[in-house]
Ligand binder design. Sequence first.
Ligand code: TRP
Length: 337
Amino acid sequence: MNKSSKSLVFSGVQPTGNLHLGNYLGAIKNFVDLEKKITCIFSVVDLHAITVFQDPSELKNNILETTAGFVACGLDFKKSIIFNQSSVSEHAELGWVLNCISRVGWMNRMTQFKEKAGKNKENASVGLYVYPNLMAADILLYKATHVPVGDDQKQHLELTRDIAKKFNNDFKVNFFPIPEPLIQKNISRVMSLRDGMKKMSKSEDSDYSRIDLQDSEDEIIKKIKKAKTDSLPIPAKLDDLKNKPEALNLLNIYSSLTNKSIEKTMENMAGKDFSKLKNELSDVLVATICPIGKKIKELKNDNQYLQNILKDGTNRAKIIAKKNMDKIKEIVGFISY
Ligand code: TRP
């Protein structure tokens, strides 16, 4: 990564429920490393959340809870900008302009919409359909140069790049930088503990499918004990786990938590039983997750403190957003008063 002073990272997390291990390893842990090296903006993307109905009081709670999660995981809100998306109205404004740049044909290729809308496509919100354009607006509004993405958001970033290029092209400007993905080294996806083909998710019914950041020590131990694995010992080669996604997932989680490559973990663990891995995994999980969960609970009791973080972040984000949006309006040909 080019760490010039012009580099800027943007990322968003949806406030749709309790944060879990997938949010931590797949996103927030990486943010903590990134903000040490580069200017970062992290948004609680509430506009994205309402593409499926959210109960208003739960949404409010979840926005604060996600903010608490960011801080509890170690993000520095004095350094990075942390704010909630809807409080900077330029996101919605640029989202509209980009709706007019983006093509229906591009939207129709988005696999996440197909997955999320499922069989009932006719009844999905229009917002869910154009969700990737809003994500492009988030990134381009700040002229971000780098975006940390997991597997599931790669296609949306690819679309963002296409939109940025088309905008620059249509208006014959060189305004938007073309954002680059930052792919994480050790892990890009934490899978369900019950089904290694599915992403760990708050929408899966069984609590045993995921580790929540606020789980107690007992809950973590119980969930790992119950997690699906393999009756054979841990193999030495990654290839031998091809048809064993649950076993691979546990090794991946362990590697990610201990900052080792999966190959290194397998080298160390080859020939041992999965029960041994489970014990060690429970130990690192408890040591990492429990302090975070405790901190989230503490922070949640201080609503005002969390609101002040968002308010300060909003003010800082608005300065950049307003400046860039004014320029975008000028490029498009609007008259602003
Ligand atoms: N779509 C992302 C997700 O569901 C969240 C998101 C919204 C995002 N805007 C973004 C991620 C901008 C990166 C950059 O995970």
